[in-house]
Write a protein that binds this ligand. Structure first.
Ligand code: IMP
Ligand code: MG
Length: 171
């Protein structure tokens, strides 16, 4: 245990769930290729592990948005820190996020990316805190629903720390 972090979802549980998600995604996108839009930095661990298990052709691009700063509460504003490198026009796009909390980030991203004319646009999030939702967002793939607690690990940070923990924990 590091700095009093309690394990909420173990490394093993994450692996198993990612296997299931990858199977479902591979089935849903059969005959197509899927363009993963990974939201930096939180979703990098999840994106890489998921991408390795998807069996249809995969391309990846990265985008960085900022909504929180280093605080635990959302500022409500979303800013693009780094935009995508490639056009998503006519692609089957799957946004990969670490967690959906208020829903503001994903609602904003979905609107922005859908204006760029993708063939399809869906969302996959590792974690979902449904109790915290302020803005409705349609999320196709959810790894785990979790209670309203601040979590770290497996990409998620608190003040940029703990991203490298192999499990999801509560600070
Ligand atoms: P939303 O816009 O409120 O849905 O916030 C989504 C973003 O807030 C995520 O991409 C995370 O970066 C951050 N976030 C929300 N809850 C947590 C948490 O429990 N731990 C770490 N980051 C979080
Ligand atoms: Mg994030």
């Amino acid at each position: 245990m590091i700095d009093n972090i309690r394990v909420l979802i173990s490394e093993e549980q994450i692996k198993e769930r990612i296997d299931e998600l990858a199977k479902q995604i591979s089935k849903d996108y059969e005959g197509k290729s899927v363009h993963l839009v990974c939201i930096l930095k939180g979703s990098v661990f999840f994106s890489c592990d998921l991408a390795k298990r998807i069996t249809v052709p995969v391309t990846m691009d990265f985008m960085s948005v900022s909504s929180y700063g280093d605080e635990k509460v959302s500022s409500g504003r979303v800013r693009i820190v780094k935009d995508l490198d490639e056009s998503i026009q006519d692609k089957d796009v799957l946004i990969i996020e670490d967690i959906i909390d208020s829903g503001r980030t994903l609602a904003y991203l979905k609107e922005l990316l859908s204006s760029r004319m993708p063939e399809s646009l869906n969302i996959c999030t590792l974690l979902d805190k449904p109790e915290r939702r302020v803005v409705e967002v349609d999320v196709k793939y959810v790894g785990f629903e979790i209670p309203d607690e601040f979590v770290v690990g497996y990409g998620l940070d608190y003040q940029q720390k703990y991203r490298n923990l192999p499990y999801i924990g509560v600070v």
